[in-house]
Design a protein around this ligand. Sequence first.
Ligand code: GDP
Ligand code: IMO
Ligand code: MG
Length: 434
Amino acid sequence: MIVGAQWGDEGKGKIVDVLSENFSVVARYAGGHNAGHTVIINGKKFILQLVPCGVLRANCRSVIGNGVVLDPLAFLKEVGALREAGVKVDGNLFVSNRAHVILPYHRMIELAAENAPGRVKIGTTSRGIGPAYEDKMGRRGLRVADLLDLKLLRKHIENAVREKNMIAHALFNSEPLDADKMYAEYAQAAEKVAPFVCDTAVLLNDALKSGESILFEGAQGTMLDIDHGTYPFVTSSSATSGGAVIGTGIAPTSITTVIGITKAYCTRVGEGPFPTEDKGDTGENIRKRGNEYGAVTGRPRRTGWLDLPLLRYSGMINGTSWLVVTKLDVLDDLAEVPVCVAYRIDGKTTVEAPAQASGYERIECVYQKLPGWKTSTQGVTDYEELPKAAREYLSFVAKETGAKIGMISTGPDRDHTILMDRFVTSLKTAAQKA
Ligand code: GDP
Ligand code: IMO
Ligand code: MG
């Protein structure tokens, strides 16, 4: 299971792509098309939002689990682009009949609410993710199985549009949406989505029963998790490893290995606490070198330093046994690399992550400056070929977090990867057990 250890965009897509070679199925369990997972194969770039990265391997099945919120139009657009790029989607991509559907009123309400006076601005991706999960939990959502049931779809859209138009007009003075037009568009989309739909919990459990291995592709990151992240500056789903169980319908006992992905530094898009943020020139340099601009929204990502207290917290919540460090090459030209080794509040070291966003304002980061390597690591594939200072940087991270480092990414391409032997062996053993 792959999970983001920070605030998303850790390079999960690339790592899933590299590892999917060893798995029969790749499954997404949370989020929606707020995710943007970039994979580069021999210079060819793919940005996946809803479709798991496993789709890029023809012998791998891909599952969009029940915990994902599915925008049918975004899904069809992505599927169309993949088909055009020559990627096989028919017969190896499956959508849960229990996933909830994002409809235009979710986007309308989100846009209006984000800009409403007195509301905390989250800086969302404006995809309607939050309001769709709200309807799910409010037991008034539309699921994929209901989307395909045209009579029910019409009734649902008529009722929901009436209600949402009233709410949006009263609260935000929004322009009303047209139910007939919406029904026509979504009934047409339903027909095209239908061939992908099945009971994916059965598919996944059958796969496990027949000895196949599943790679779960986390979206977002631990600190964006609805419960464990920097609430309210989070997304609306369970991005942590526990989410995979609820979000796909496999049993907790089926998960054998949790792999946390972290950048060699830190980034965050949108609003909210970010203790190690560097708003100065070095931060700007990292943004440029790391091409830190959102894959979905194009927004510049905020940049900062590796935050070990946060990684320890993330390791605890996820039960991470391996850490994968990405974007090591982005730090290549630094003479020294600051790393946050502890949080201090009122002069006292604390190991807890604050429960309130305001709690982060009181945090003072304790930094240790490690020597930089001032040598290119771009594209290095052998651990021994890394400069000594880079190896020491990685050992320091492993020692301070108590995690084993299984992989190191030294560039965006599939091939720019260092795989540690003991990690590969451990994955193969876990896959055999599954
Ligand atoms: P995800 O959301 O976790 O899948 O991450 P994103 O794809 O949104 O963001 C990671 C970005 O970093 C993408 O543009 C990747 O192509 C790129 N990337 C991944 N690994 C590396 C790496 O090791 N070095 C560099 N320079 N870029 C990387
Ligand atoms: P991947 O899977 C980084 C952030 C948004 C915003 C907050 C809530 O590519 O790592 P939402 O639209 O989900 O309601 O926005 O969460 N966010 C992400 N940041 N990577 C992501 O996904 C994100 N998905 C959501 O920027 O701050
Ligand atoms: Mg991303």
